[in-house]
Design a protein around this ligand. Structure first.
Ligand code: NCD
Length: 310
């Protein structure tokens, strides 16, 4: 099995189409095998994953940890950064230097943009950015692209609506980066004007070859979508609480919202969901956000396996 084109995974733009192919192929193998057999195969036995999470997480952290355990490896973890020396004022670079002695691969989440890159400069083992502020979340975009592959059987010629917080949502930035390279994809951006995608980012994604339109009218935007990717309004990134209050309830997906949608529309969400999707939608066949969390385990197993191969 060949390795991936990167040593550290810090930004989605490092991930080449050939990497995605390798990761999906291996994730499919794991998914078809089921957990138990995978554990016996022990692709990462003898290896240690360190998870350094300075921001809250459920899916990313636990799916990484579960993936490593299922691969026969071991996990050491930091709880919300509270118990580490970073709390005492130690720099991320010093933490990076020492943590490399204790683990074979490190996943880090931090509230500052580029923190994972800073950490990786001093680490001597592979580093995975598990979310750096409002900047990037490249492994969530791998989860997303794998979900699209499993549910739509293709990665191109798709009409994808992206709804919610396009300004601060790191998962949106990473997903657009990955999916904009595949031919024929068209994105419809649906947000409150104050949470629109940064114009510079939008231009850069268009340069990758995709078409991007903006339409803040959800009812008309939803009509011809293949995928609706919903995001949470990222409350923790707002500096003014009043601004958050203005935008927190602008969009809510209910059964009624979906009456004009295509029959084979799928709804994705990186989760956590707050109130942007009504629970009545969870039981519809289009609701794929919990399946998406499940696909995450296989693609992260594939990522850990390939990133630790010499
Ligand atoms: C996302 C994140 O942390 O950016 N969650 C996740 O990793 N599944 C999305 C979010 O918090 O809204």
């Amino acid at each position: 099995m060949s390795k991936l084109s990167f040593n550290h995974l810090l930004e989605a733009n490092q991930i080449k189409e050939s990497d995605i192919k390798k990761l999906i192929t291996l994730a499919e193998k794991f998914r078809k095998q089921g957990y138990k057999k995978t554990f016996l195969d022990a692709d990462c036995s003898g290896l240690i994953l360190a998870t350094l999470f300075f921001e809250p997480s459920t899916r990313t952290r636990f799916s990484f940890e579960s993936a490593m355990l299922r691969l026969g490896g071991k996990v050491i973890a930091l709880e919300q950064g509270e118990s580490s020396s970073v709390k005492k004022g130690e720099s991320l670079s010093d933490t990076g230097r020492v943590m490399s002695n204790y683990a074979d691969i490190i996943a880090i989440r931090h509230d500052k943009a580029n923190s994972a890159a800073e950490f990786a400069k001093y680490a001597t083992v592979p580093v995975i950015n598990a979310g750096d502020g409002a900047n990037q979340h490249p492994t969530q975009s791998l989860v997303d692209i794998y979900t699209i592959f499993c549910e739509k059987k293709k990665l191109n010629n798709l009409k994808i609506g992206i709804l919610g917080d396009l300004k601060y949502s790191r998962t949106v930035h990473s997903l657009l980066e990955l999916m904009s390279h595949y031919s024929g994809n068209q994105f419809t951006l649906i947000s409150h004007p104050s949470l629109a995608l940064d114009a510079k980012k939008k231009k850069a994604f268009e340069k990758n070859g995709c078409k991007i339109v903006e339409n803040s009218n959800l009812e008309s935007a939803i009509k011809d979508l293949d995928i609706l990717y919903v995001t949470r309004i990222q409350q923790e990134r707002f500096t003014d609480a009043k601004e958050f209050e203005k935008v927190k309830n602008v969009f809510r997906i209910s059964k009624k919202t979906l009456t004009k949608a295509k029959k084979d529309l799928i709804i994705m969400h990186p989760l956590p969901r707050i109130n942007e999707i009504d629970e009545e939608v969870d039981h519809l066949p289009c609701a794929k956000y919990f399946a998406q969390a499940n696909y995450g385990i296989y693609i992260r197993m594939a990522l850990l396996t390939l990133m630790t191969k010499n």
